[in-house]
Design a protein around this ligand. Sequence first.
Ligand code: UDP
Length: 260
Amino acid sequence: MARRRQIYEGKAKILYEGPEPGTLIQYFKDDATAFNAQKRGTISGKGVLNNRISEHIFTALATIGVPTHFIRRVNMREQLIRQVEIIPIEIVIRNVAAGSLSKRLGIEEGTQLPRTIIEYYYKDDALGDPLISDEHIACFGWASQEEMNDIADMAIRVNDFLCGMFAAIGIRLVDFKLEFGRVWDGDFARIILADEISPDGCRLWDLKSNEKLDKDRFRLDLGKVEEAYQEIARRLGLMPEGEEENAVLDFDKHRKKRGR
Ligand code: UDP
């Protein structure tokens, strides 16, 4: 098979040229980074699980009318997506204090927030993704006011939907990150949800025990990292019964041996 043209390589994913204009293939790696890539490692099988988890969530969001870049999953590690102009802003939605919010404002981790907070960070690794406000976004023209209204509305809808989805499987959605992109219909631009939604970019705690079931296990060296991703997939009903984890990972191993 002809080698596909690589468009972009990020920390956890690679984008390749898609089969048709306006499409891309999004490949999920096992690589993990934390603290602005100062800590690096691999989480075996993560790419397979994140591909599957993100497919599940984006498909569910489409059913409630949230437009997304997801078209279909093509194999264990790849999905076909719509090409977008990525808005250079990371949207963080918080329901419970944790991470940088707890550190910055001295609020004890685990404190339920009286209202949901939306924060914006400028997507720039060299600058360490600094926290920004609407003023910076307007001043530097990263998105229009109308686009930011759409983004905030969609972020709240996604949060409400995901809080319910995770609560139903005994998980608290503490906080998570979204990215949005712009697509053009002639002269008319619209905003759709892009990137991925997976335990890489969410804080997911067991409702009863508060056990962390997300990338914080890697960030904080808590152990059982692979197991946490598998547990999320399992609770979402994405693993076949029985020898589930092994089946997923074995399949992946065979693919690698065949050089795909
Ligand atoms: N997050 C992310 N990518 C980033 C920064 C944050 O996916 O570059 C996610 C992170 O997993 C968490 C939420 O956004 O679910 C809030 O992260 P926070 O600002 O607390 O930063 P952290 O403590 O992870 O550095």
